[in-house]
Design a protein around this ligand. Sequence first.
Ligand code: ATP
Length: 261
Amino acid sequence: MTTLCTTTGLGVRYRHAGAAALSGVCLAIDAGERLAIIGGSGSGKSTFARALAGLLPAGAAVDGTVAWPALGHPPRPGRDLGFVFQDPGASLNPVLTVGEQVAEGAQRHLGLDWKRAFERAESLLARVRLPEPARLLRAFPHQLSGGQRQRVAIAAAIAAKPSVLIADEVTSALDQAVQAEIVALLDELVREEAMTLIFITHDMALASGLADRIAVFDRGELVELGPARRIVTAPESAAARLLLAAHIDLGTPSLVTGGGA
Ligand SMILES: Nc1ncnc2c1ncn2[C@@H]1O[C@H](COP(=O)(O)OP(=O)(O)OP(=O)(O)O)[C@@H](O)[C@H]1O
């Protein structure tokens, strides 16, 4: 198994913040794996993802190291690494058409001319299972539902064929049926495009259905790491037990359905 990314003693402190948002995180991510980053609100999940991607805000102080041995250089956002956020309304530009936003990554990073980039955008919209992709190229984000906008954001994130996809709470703003569709889409895309998936969530059910391994964060620290099935059936940390109990309280369906482990 090739190591894609390694963090050693990774810590982050935001400017003007009291406590560190992240401290001492040592984690190796394998190329091609699906890793869920799970934890309660404020546990440092997004900070970890942003630190991996080199997308921390200016003024954040970083300790430790992030290395990408398989790439040999820091990942170029949009090219080596695609990022999808919780709120597609925020990640999509309201005044650009869907086609322009999806084509942009292909044009910029793959060196396609605009005609070819739009052809690629159309095929990507079909790829993320949006109906009538040719018509959709000319639509604006506000003309789409939340689930459709998230599909567009995923298409834009993978437009330049990145080898890593970071999905940060991508289903949190969607209702449960749409959540399941988006998870199924990510599952299919990472399998077929052989991408590494880093899936951030506070939902143990979503994590266990999709991931090979789960990393549990609590108050800025990595408190547990292991195969998804083991974490769900025999959690060792109090944080994992709490997240599991939250799931059981909600009475939602079976936790271990997919995942590789
Ligand atoms: N730009 C920022 N400036 C200052 N503090 C921040 C900033 N972003 C995050 N924090 C703080 O860092 C800590 C970790 O936040 P982070 O967003 O990484 O957690 P999270 O686990 O992703 O939470 P959530 O699930 O609520 O999104 C929190 O205490 C948060 O308030």
